[in-house]
Design a protein around this ligand. Sequence first.
Ligand code: TRP
Ligand code: ZN
Length: 882
Amino acid sequence: MRTENGRIIHLADYRRTDFVLERVDLTFELDPTATKCTSRMLFHRRDDAAADAPLVLDGDELTMTGLLFDGMSMEPERFTEEDDVLTIRDLPATGSFEITVETEINPEANTKLMGLYRTNGIYCTQCEAEGFRRITYFYDRPDVLCVYTVNIIADRKSCPLLLSNGNFLGGAGYGEDLHFAAWFDPHPKPSYLFALVAGDLGVVEDAFTTMSGREVALKIYVEHGKEPRAAYAMDALKRSMKWDEEVFGREYDLDIFMIVAVSDFNMGAMENKGLNVFNDKYVLADPETATDQDYANIEAIIAHEYFHNWTGNRITCRDWFQLCLKEGLTVYRDHEFSADQRSRAVKRIAEVRHLKAEQFPEDAGPLAHPVRPTKYREINNFYTTTVYEKGSEVTRMIATILGRDLFKKGMDLYFERHDGDAATIEDFVKCFEEASGRDLSQFSLWYHQAGTPLVSLSSSYDQSKGRLTLDIEQMVPPTPGQSAKEPMHIPLRFGLLSADGSEACPSSVDGAEMTGDVLHLTKRRQTVTFAGIGARPVVTLNRGFSAPVNLHFEQSPADLAHVARHDSDLFARWQALNDLAMPNLVEASRSARAGKAVEVNPLLAETLVMLAADPALEPAFRAQALALPSEADIARELGSNNDPDAIRAGREAVLAAVASAGKATFVQLFDAHSPSGPFAPTAEAAGQRALRNAALAYLAIAEATPARAAGTFAEAGNMTDLSAALTVLAHRFPDAAETARALETFRSRYADNALVIDKWLSIQSTIPGEAALGRVKALLQSPDFNRKNPNRMRALVGTFAFSNPTGFNRADGEGYRFLAEQILEIDRKNPQLAARILTSMRSWRSLEEGRADHARNALRQIAAADKLSPDVSDIVERMLKG
Ligand code: TRP
Ligand code: ZN
């Protein structure tokens, strides 16, 4: 199996290898431009493999300098090296034999950041998904597991640190200037989990005693001088280890666990066995340079990578179609961890916001694919929000359907049965079926059918019979390659609220299975009746967002306000507030487009302000309540023919109405939550800051002057408040002298901290309106902008395209033309990064005709370019198709 331009890989073609790889010994002689890698692999032929079947190994841009069979140079007629594949013939039918492959690698020239590369003088590797084949010819696929011994030889001065997976065997000097280190990883693993790091780094050390009393050394490596900024990551790591023992019964399994932070990285982090490699953005934090969001991200990603040790490493994937087996499950685990460490309801609201902002558009556009796809051209393009976030939601639904105890029983069975395996989604689901006795075959459609289901409901209440009836219809929209869909098993958490806010309990339910407060929808259409309901209740649906669906349920503003005020589920209260706001926002955008005055239901502002002021609610929740649906949320609700300028104008009118209705409250909130005492990155303290900064944003509108934000900026004692104030200044008062001064103060204060400068870039790239493009171009041209660094590129170009609807979607199409040029340029160096930034155009078809034409032309311009990477050509072709 291999990915190549134009070639499609199918799940149905899965076949085991003909040979078993028993073990591998790797020796690296590190050099910036000419690293030597010697790989000695011990193989034997499988009993059921043909006796003449050749050994076929994967490569990618390799220079092979030697090939040996049992230590002897191989005759040229026994092998071919063609199209990145090494084929070796005439191998023994029985018994073990050794193949040695010698390659020469240029880490300095590796701009794709896949395989072995250099970042700030540090050698590091990234092998998932298919990076190991850029180091040596190998069975580079997740179902080939073996034990690794790794020897690293390098310059003693520039590389005092030599790291790889597993446990340290020993090291020694080696000649005058060199030294070497040997590592052995006793846990069989696939090649994508291999890692090597070498260089000169500082370290933070700690230890963890596992539940069975074993002592594990913990080490986080960062650039010299940055050690203090790794303290929070270390704390998060220890809490993760403890939590996984307590909640999932999972214990760590090596003597040492290491994390290395690097500044050039294509994604967030990587779970290599015992040696996680991180984008430094998700390790480094202190109050002066990191926001509360940064702290939350660090905690979540440290946990995520650590949790992979069981869900991903001990149990890995049979093939890349099963990616959600490790990613969806591990996201679910890190979500649960954060929920336990922080506020569960607020965490859930943030998750759902993210899911709706990222996954729902993916599922509704040309890039939609099932959680478990059946074909791909470029696997790098399937590390998507569908595989990760929807995959997590699917796991969460299994927990909802089974209940806590049976879910735990199923997880335990999965760990017990599949430890050491390369497993499939079917293996996973089977464990829950066996643990619970429940048939999950209809439920499994969640893995196979793409598209966000739409559930439409209508209710009627019969006073004389004391009966509530719900007519429910579900529909899964067509997606690329899937036109007709089957009805799904949708678990909806559900409640009936009485007029006083208490819960009405039906005496019987007919027409659908109900377990606890979960209503199980399984048919295209079903009518559900609830008997014994004395007075008309208000229905509250999908509490806790138990199913990732769109709901269509006409409820009066009064009913929604009732749920927003009284539901027992905080998530449902937030959702009701959104549902109350949405028709206003949609109407406002229509009015703005038609040039009519915008009217806002006073109940919206009233309810919103009331919740924001309620001292019984936690501040973090109140801050979430104040954040109206975004411009992108409104665009999604409208569905098609979108005009981002009208959406913004309408939303601005609604914001202005809320700001003026709530002005007095916002002043109070702002004053009451002034920072006091030393900074703490706790969820409670972060909530206070979030609420105050939400009030500040409304006050900037109500007061129509930059004074308050400028004052906040001047006094801010931490990055959360500082960047929130700068955002208000830049977005609300882009031309004010105060803004220019604040931007300059910020830039000069943090000029030597690239991660903070990324915030400065993002804030400017998201200033709404036509002028944004000019600013982005100017920033891109500035002499200190480093185009090669993925974080810089994402902060400026990525944020502009993903998060500035009016700036990017300019009516004249200049935003799209700019992006096309950038994509082509980035693609020459780093295809993975280019492909990912390009997905910002995934919703282009829902734009109004003029913009859609410009967008199509820009995509065609990309498609027509020569020497496109498989990554970009796969994305652009899917976006243009259909
Ligand atoms: N497996 C990693 C995670 O989710 C992510 C990952 C996949 C990755 N491919 C990558 C990271 C390439 C960096 C580069 O934790
Ligand atoms: Zn992951």
